[in-house]
Design a protein around this ligand. Structure first.
Ligand code: GAL
Length: 670
């Protein structure tokens, strides 16, 4: 067993003499895995139907000889210029009607038949040639599916998706009109050709249309993936197939649906911050990946060594000395790989300043030495491969809520879906609790605590699942913005949050969004979970309790004296409601009270703040305790066993230096 270590390898960008240096340096860094061919379409098919596999044959043979396994990609995320000229109609069109052309990557409409046929042909051709190649350990279809398009092909495909959902003909159209509420602003459709993607329009668009368009694109891209996967499976039976899911702050695909179609879940994750928020984000990324994998081990397909092109045009650089700790952050939470984009920093091209395992300055660099040290550490971790992380708490995560809330959601609230989910995840992490993310309609009975942050759209089935969870003794903590709309993104009437009103034992009459930067004081009732001095921000609501107990009320403003935080005992379980955004200490205290009610505590009691402790469990009951000290102070953590990284024994406790790590193969007993 081994943890996969390496990254994207693009030898086609380099002359042959460089390949020998790659061999030597990969050996020095203990690279055991190379992802090949991700964007190599033009080198594989220089003109339509004319193939050149020489360099790829040589690369796979060479890597096999060196004992390096290959993740072989299909190159379909980057069609060559000849493709544009041959199939101009397959170039993507933006929401504003601008047709894009080649010059970058992802210039295609995945609903265009000519693109789909070319991509499928490429997958089949590669699979026929390399399906039995001994180096190929995994197939990697495409790269980070996520490109939407608003062209005529997209319009046709969207219509046919809608007809499957609502029915064809006049009846289907009537259903669609009802679901989208098109009588508002006179937008009723009287014939199917009038139904188009949500292209640029005069002002605010239709929420139902926007939501269905997101659902459609996730399904359409998934169909494109499945076509390639099936070609590969037919020619390479037994070799797993996957695609790399991007973990950005926006959401184009529904990962729950996608991850059912891959043989192993693979994600790409880049730092969003180099401070504590970055550590929290690594944990959040890893917990998402593991949950999408149903708890099975998953692969970190890409991260950056140092400099990363972050969201919003920012450039971040991971501080020296953090590569091991950050990488262990993923492995601790179930990754069986530490892979990077990319092996050798490019000399040219759009990402030539992005960091790599081997920097421009060469191997005699701090960065490469750190990579080699990481390779040595990862090699020692082979024994943890295949082991699993277990969690009894989860944060609910749902693509529909994300699309609906961020697309056309709650007006007046500075409420971004992922921020709300991240916030609850971070609170559990601060409490030392390892959690999953879970879909509201999934099997939930294995959890003791569920957090529902901004779960805006709740289906009838989702509401029923949450009712069953609480009735079965679970603790559910719901935050404002949840349960407001049904699966068509229409308001649930009779008082908010319609889907969860009875479960929460309350009824919200009206919203009172708080202006930016303004907070409202809260007053707790007796010795409760809301600390004195707590304040709410962003949002407040006029609540009538119909069975819930009031834990804290608004202490000033138009809602003074009205409930703010409540708890409803339901049989052996309870459903809590936060109608405002609590400051961090108050939020942590409410989460601590909910954890106590659920009978949950930290993974390792007595771990100092800022030290992360996560366990992986092997099939035979062996456990490994990952300890990551994110502070600038030394830390002492209770542990018994042997540090796999250093072979040093821990006889009751481990001393971690500032920024230090340990992976303890635990022993139990006296
Ligand atoms: C990823 C992508 C890589 C590379 C990397 C760095 O999202 O899959 O090909 O572009 O970002 O920007």
């Amino acid at each position: 067993m081994s943890i996969w270590f390496g990254g994207d390898y693009n030898p086609e960008q380099w002359d042959e003499p460089v390949w020998a240096e790659d061999d030597a340096l990969m050996r020095a860094a203990r690279v055991n895995t190379a992802t090949v061919g991700v964007f190599s379409w033009v080198r594989l098919e220089p003109d339509e139907g004319r193939y050149d596999f020489g360099w790829l044959d040589a690369t796979l043979d060479r890597l096999a000889e060196r004992g390096i396994q290959v993740i072989l990609a299909t190159p379909t995320a980057s069609p060559p210029p000849w493709f544009t000229l041959a199939y101009p109609d397959a170039m993507p069109v933006t929401r504003d009607g601008v047709r894009l052309t080649h010059g970058s990557r992802d210039t295609y409409c995945a609903a265009a038949p000519s693109y789909r046929a070319a991509a499928r042909r490429m997958a089949a051709t590669l699979a026929a040639r390399y399906g039995q190649h001994p180096a190929v350990a995994l197939w990697h279809v495409h790269n980070e599916y996520g490109t939407q398009c608003w062209c005529e092909h997209a319009a046709l495909a969207f219509r046919s998706w809608l007809q499957k959902r609502y029915g064809a003909g006049a009846d289907g159209l009537a259903q669609l009109n009802a679901a989208w509420g098109t009588t508002f602003w006179s937008q009723c459709y009287s014939a199917w050709p009038q139904v188009v993607p949500p292209r640029a329009t005069q002002w605010r668009g239709n929420p139902g249309q926007l939501l269905d368009f997101c659902r459609f694109w996730s399904d359409e891209l998934l169909a494109a993936y499945c076509e390639q996967r099936d070609e590969i499976r037919a020619a390479a039976p037994g070799v797993p197939v996957t695609t790399n899911v991007m973990l950005p702050d926006y959401q184009v695909i529904d990962p729950w649906a996608w991850c059912r179609e891959v043989d192993v879940v693979a994600v790409d994750h880049y730092l969003s911050s180099t401070g504590p928020a970055g550590h929290a984000d690594i944990a959040f990324a890893a917990d998402r990946a593991r949950s999408w994998a149903g708890g099975r081990p998953w692969l970190l397909m890409e991260q950056a060594t140092r400099l990363v092109y972050a969201a919003g045009g920012r450039v971040l650089s991971r501080p020296p000395g953090r590569m091991l700790r950050d990488s262990l952050g993923y492995v601790a939470r179930g990754s069986d790989s530490v892979l990077f984009f990319q092996w050798r920093a490019s000399r040219a091209g759009a990402e030539m300043w992005h960091s790599a395992m081997l920097p421009h300055a060469g191997p005699d660099t701090a960065a490469f030495r750190e990579v080699a040290e990481l390779g040595a550490a990862v090699q020692r971790l082979g024994e943890v491969a295949g082991s699993r992380v277990t969690a009894r708490a989860a944060v609910l995560l749902d693509a529909d809520s994300w699309w609906a809330l961020d697309g056309q959601g709650l007006r007046g609230a500075d409420l971004r879906y992922l921020d709300a989910v991240r916030r609850d995840h971070a609170a559990l992490r601060r409490a030392g609790v390892v959690c999953d993310v879970a879909h509201p309609e999934a099997a939930l009975s294995g959890y003791r605590l569920l957090l529902a942050p901004a779960l805006y759209l709740v289906t009838d089935a989702g509401a029923e699942a949450l009712r069953r969870f609480v009735a079965g003794g679970g603790v559910l903590v719901v935050s404002f913005g949840s349960g407001l709309v049904d699966q068509a993104a229409q308001v649930r009437l009779g008082g908010y949050p319609g889907a969860l009103r009875d479960l929460l034992g309350l009824r919200v009459e009206e919203f009172f969004p708080l202006p930016d930067g303004e907070t409202v004081p809260l007053s707790g009732r007796g010795p409760g979970p809301v600390p004195p001095g707590a304040r709410g921000a962003t949002w407040s609501e006029l609540i009538d309790v119909t069975g819930a107990e009031v834990l804290a009320s608004y202490a000033a403003g138009p809602l003074a004296g009205h409930p703010a935080i409540t708890r409803h005992e339901v049989g052996p379980g309870s459903a809590w409601y936060l109608s405002t955004e609590l400051d961090d200490p108050a939020h942590d205290q409410v989460i601590a009270a909910a954890l106590a009610a659920a009978g949950l505590g930290p993974e390792v009691p007595g771990v100092p703040p800022g030290v992360e402790a996560v366990r992986r469990w092997g099939a035979g009951g062996q456990s490994w305790l990952f300890l990551l000290n994110h502070t600038a102070e030394p830390a002492t953590v209770p542990a018994r066993g042997v540090d796999v990284l250093t072979s040093v024994e821990a006889a009751g406790c481990v001393q971690l230096p500032p920024g230090g790590v340990a992976v303890i193969r635990e022993v139990r007993g006296p």
